[in-house]
Design a protein around this ligand. Structure first.
Ligand code: TXA
Ligand code: MG
Length: 366
């Protein structure tokens, strides 16, 4: 394989279940991982930036490529028949039940780590995040890597704090010259667009005796779905919960400021921004008087479809030259929790931005 070349696995639009997996490309990518190199690969949630979880120098390259602080833990991805006792020091019954119910799939379990997990993976904490992804390319890679016995440490394949990639092209856009033979990221496996579109649900089971199960990050697998399996609703994180960088207030932010408003204020604000000469890109899901916005992206009015399209929309609108990405606030019910969580973080810190754009003395565009 020519490292760094898109090792083409199916067409980018192929449905994942029907995708033919290119085993030669997978074997080459697994060999690169075994040599300590970084490989980006598709999962059903978002694309991951993978390294051998047991090779601290390789894991350090992830931090270097992402520009991520090295005390943030990374998820270890394992093959479907992985031996959890190899990775975790304690495996509570709830972990086995959740793995049986949702793996392979978009759920990460935080467990007490086994002694040999490098600090580089655990961020110096006494826990490890484990996930078995369901994307066929990810599964094939995990089965080829170290004969299916290894773990691939992989955060989302974006620069620290940026929007997660849901296509191979997003990864190449994000890392540019860092992808390729001479770059830090030696290959990008293309597995089409990620079907879920937002990062995995994270449940902390490492402090069950004192705190019960804790939902560190909402996602496609809901708290209710978890409760149906383990008979206990996971709690919201407390101050002592393990740190998760995806839970930083300002995570997942594009470069263009993002503001969220609900239907009633949205139409009025759009009109005012237009009158003030501002260029606004709009993400909505309902029928709105949207003609006042510069670029309009209407996403599906259902949470799964919305999540699937959200990050690609944020990336596209980030390049549209708008002064502001205005988002119609989605419904507040439980099914939208994962989407609302990501949007809140993308919009963090931009509360004054609409006001500022409206009150600026001279419009920057006419
Ligand atoms: O869907 C996903 O989870 C994607 C794909 C690639 O699997 N990965 C992902 O990784 O979103 P990342 O690093 O962007 O987010 C993982 C989150 C971070 O917030 C990290 O802090 C947290 O998981 N995490 C990982 N290991 C942890 C641990 N031992 N304790 C607490 N949080 C942990
Ligand atoms: Mg991330």
């Amino acid at each position: 394989m020519t490292a760094g070349v898109n090792v083409g696995i199916g067409a980018s639009t192929a449905p994942q279940a029907l995708m033919a997996v290119d085993h030669a490309a997978i074997a080459a990518a697994a060999a690169l991982l075994e040599q300590g190199a970084l490989v980006a690969f598709p999962t059903e949630t978002v694309y991951g930036l993978g390294a051998d979880a047991e090779n601290p120098a390789a894991v350090a390259r992830i931090y270097e490529a992402k520009g991520r602080p090295s005390d943030h833990p990374v998820i270890v991805h394992v093959a479907p028949d992985a031996d959890l006792t190899y990775w975790a020091a304690e495996i509570p019954e709830q972990a086995r039940q959740l793995a049986a119910a949702f793996w392979p799939g978009p759920l990460t379990l935080i467990l007490k780590r086994a002694a040999h997990i490098p600090d580089a993976v655990s961020g110096g904490q006494d826990t490890v995040g484990l996930r078995c992804p369901s994307h066929p390319v990810a599964i094939a890679l995990l089965q080829a890597f170290k004969g299916g016995k290894g773990g691939v440490a992989a955060p989302s394949a974006n620069k620290f704090g940026q929007v997660s990639p849901t296509t191979a092209q997003h990864v190449r856009d994000e890392f540019g010259a860092q992808v390729g033979d001479g770059g830090l990221i030696r290959a990008v496996l293309d597995g089409g667009a990620s079907a879920v579109g937002i990062e995995s649900t994270i449940v902390d089971l490492s402090r069950l005796a004192t705190h019960g199960p804790v939902l560190l990050r909402p996602g496609h697998i809901s708290a209710d779905a978890i409760a149906a399996v383990i008979d206990q609703l996971p709690a919201a994180p407390d101050a002592a919960a393990p740190r998760a960088s995806g839970t930083l207030a300002s995570h997942y932010a594009p470069h263009t400021p993002v503001a969220m408003l609900d239907g009633a204020t949205l139409a009025l604000t759009l009109a005012q921004l237009k009158a003030a000469g501002r260029k606004v890109a709009l993400i909505c899901y309902s029928e709105l008087p949207a003609e006042t916005a510069g670029v309009v992206t209407r996403l599906p009015a259902v949470p799964d479809g919305y999540a699937y399209a959200l990050y690609a929309a944020l990336r596209a609108l980030d390049r549209s030259g708008a002064d502001l990405i205005l988002v119609e606030a989605p419904p507040q019910d439980a099914a939208w929790l994962g989407v609302n969580d990501r949007l809140r973080r993308a919009a963090h810190g931009s509360t004054g931005i609409v006001h500022g754009l409206l009150n600026h003395q001279s419009p920057i565009r006419n």
